[in-house]
Write a protein that binds this ligand. Sequence first.
Ligand code: COA
Length: 144
Amino acid sequence: MLRQWKKSDNEVIGRLEVENFRSPWSLEMLDSCFLYDNFYGVVEEGDGVIIGYVGAVYSGEDADVMNLCVDEKYRRRGYATKLMNGIIDYLKERLVKNVFLEVRRSNRSAIALYEKLGFTKVGERKRYYENTEDAMVYVLFIGQ
Ligand SMILES: CC(C)(COP(=O)(O)OP(=O)(O)OC[C@H]1O[C@@H](n2cnc3c(N)ncnc32)[C@H](O)[C@@H]1OP(=O)(O)O)[C@@H](O)C(=O)NCCC(=O)NCCS
């Protein structure tokens, strides 16, 4: 079941960050998202367990997806697709037109996912991650 990401989810999400990312967001960073009205996130929950999550910030016609993750045990079952479509539906309601995201050059699974969802590569940020790995910048147009 897809539902809104609440601040009280952050402890569990913080653990998934540590398990799944080289530079995980800390609990403080996750909590700070909830200080802003223009943050929105969704989680996929099954039997009371958080399977995955995605968060975005939006302003005017543009949004940035900040973190997307599916627990390793549940991958390749369409959950990331469902999460991305869930947040895109919300952003469309907020009249966002362009959804941006950054992804590591080496992250083939995420790049395959984004390209399958229709995202287009629009740029690169050199040495964006830990001052070593490049970020690929992708955008999806969701406006009318
Ligand atoms: C990237 C990630 C979110 C994908 O989650 P997922 O739930 O497995 O993705 P989905 O099942 O919705 O996959 C949809 C499509 O993406 C592509 N894809 C996903 N994982 C892939 C992989 N390991 N290899 C190749 N393609 C892959 C496929 O085209 C897939 O469709 P298919 O299964 O019909 O072939 C997940 O691997 C993850 O959490 N990784 C660690 C965190 C991370 O890298 N997040 C992204 C940061 S930018």
